[in-house]
Write a protein that binds this ligand. Structure first.
Ligand code: UD1
Length: 415
């Protein structure tokens, strides 16, 4: 088990490059199954979650080659349609592979997915969508068997704008007969990225980024090269690392528009932000101001930034109110922050944070991906030494977090 050891108190300064998006890469890698041909992807982050997804594709029969952030997937020789249970359990987002496999082979078996323990995370909306496309879905002893003669386009109204369900339905319907319309679709930028990649492959998808997406089925897809969008949550994490240390930093390779809800909250906290075309500068005050936050589907404040922002508010001036509206169990990390001197009270989906002057270094344990990153940020501000254990969670989603923070002047080592 690895850990990060952090000596707190250094103000972050300098520039850092943001990697490709984890949450965009995963459905885009899944989409490479659909063309039965070669897919070249650029700007794919080298993190545990992309590695597992590629591992699954290899087991299914795809040929993979990888050189830093460039990945070539050849899905021509893919024949297997069953995702191994042990890999499925490691990662919830592996569920989007089902949409791509059924889309191409009209047949797939998956087990219930695993992933970070941040709530119940059912997949009922994915399966309801599949059924509306004429796919038989049979649930049996933890396995989900999906098959059909053909996939036929239909209208699918999502009860909630689920990111994964929207992506899965898009993947399942690009090779369908006729037109599929997803209403109350998720509007996240990662869905626009998936649409752009699918269209470059020859699909006909319009509307991503709004709440109505239309997919007109095509008979065949072709070879494609595609560059994955930058990771807006990694960018948000670095902005917050700058903010909690009173730092002055610049992020390169970002899409400022994707960061808009995070930027607004940082400005409310007293940070000065300067936006350029593909980069952003943050100049943090000595003391951040308390702000209130409610997580919402995009373009609202992202749930993936909730723990990270709550952490910077632990040293804000005043009291902040946080409401987590997306996942019901996303405050586990607060118990660890309390060990570092944070004053947080959690009641259901609400957390009340009373700012303290400074956190104190402690031995803490990651409870999930973003919660783990929050503890790293807390360690950067804290007095003395912080050891963050269980960083396997963090390595799932952040590329070279320790190295990038060190470049900005943090004292952090991976042990
Ligand atoms: C994706 C992101 C994750 C982010 C989340 C919300 C990836 C790989 N992960 O996760 O980082 O936190 O979006 O922005 O892209 N729900 C159901 N039934 C379903 C599906 C979802 O009830 O069939 C509920 C979930 O329990 C949750 C809410 O809908 O309460 C949002 O989940 P969803 O948008 O699907 O998140 P993911 O796609 O899993």
């Amino acid at each position: 088990m690895s850990c990060y050891i952090i000596e707190g108190g250094n103000r972050l300064e300098g520039a850092v490059n943001i990697s490709g998006s984890k949450n965009a890469s995963l459905p885009i890698i899944a989409a490479s199954i659909l063309n039965g041909s070669v897919t070249k992807l650029y700007n794919v982050p080298n993190i545990h979650d992309t590695q597992i997804t590629l591992e699954i594709l290899k087991i299914l029969g795809c040929k993979i080659s990888k050189k830093s952030d460039k990945i070539i997937i050849d899905s021509k020789s893919m024949q297997k349609t069953e995702i191994p249970e042990e890999l499925m359990r490691q990662m919830r987002s592996s569920v989007v592979l089902a949409g791509a496999i059924i889309g191409r082979f009209k047949n797939t078996t998956i087990s219930y997915p695993g992933g970070c323990d941040i709530g119940a995370r059912p997949i009922d909306l994915h399966l309801k969508g599949f059924k509306r496309l004429g796919i038989d879905v049979e649930e049996d002893a933890g396995y989900i068997k999906c098959k059909c003669e053909k996939i036929v386009g239909n209208t699918i109204q999502l009860d909630f704008p689920s990111v994964g369900a929207t992506e899965n339905i898009m993947l399942a319907s690009v090779l369908a007969e006729g037109e599929t319309t997803i209403t109350n679709a998720a509007m996240e930028p990662e869905i626009v990225d998936l649409q752009n990649m699918l269209n470059k492959m020859g699909a006909k998808v319009v509307g991503a980024g709004t709440n109505i997406i239309k997919i007109t089925g095509v008979k065949k897809l072709k070879e494609v090269s595609y560059t994955v969008m930058p990771d807006r949550i990694e960018a948000g994490t670095f902005l917050c690392a700058g903010a909690i240390t009173g730092g002055k930093i610049k992020l390169n390779n970002i899409v400022p528009e994707h960061l808009s809800p995070i930027i607004h909250k940082l400005e409310e906290c007293g940070c000065k932000i300067e936006i350029e075309r593909n980069s952003i500068k943050l100049d943090a005050p000595k003391k951040l101001k308390a702000v209130d936050i409610k997580t919402m589907p995009y373009p609202g404040f992202p749930t993936d930034m909730q723990s990270i922002f709550t952490t910077i508010l632990t040293v804000g001036k005043g009291t902040s109110l946080i409401v987590e509206n997306i996942f019901e169990n996303r405050y586990k990390y607060t118990n660890e922050l309390k060990r570092m001197g944070a004053k947080i009270t959690v009641e259901g989906k609400t957390a009340v944070v009373k700012g303290v002057r400074r956190l104190t270094g402690a031995n803490v344990t990651s409870t999930d991906l973003r919660g783990g990153a929050s503890l790293v940020l807390a360690g950067l501000q804290a007095k003395g030494k912080t050891t963050v254990n269980n960083i396997e969670y963090i390595l799932r989603g952040y590329e070279k977090l320790d190295r990038k923070l060190s470049l900005l002047g943090a004292k952090i080592t991976l042990k």
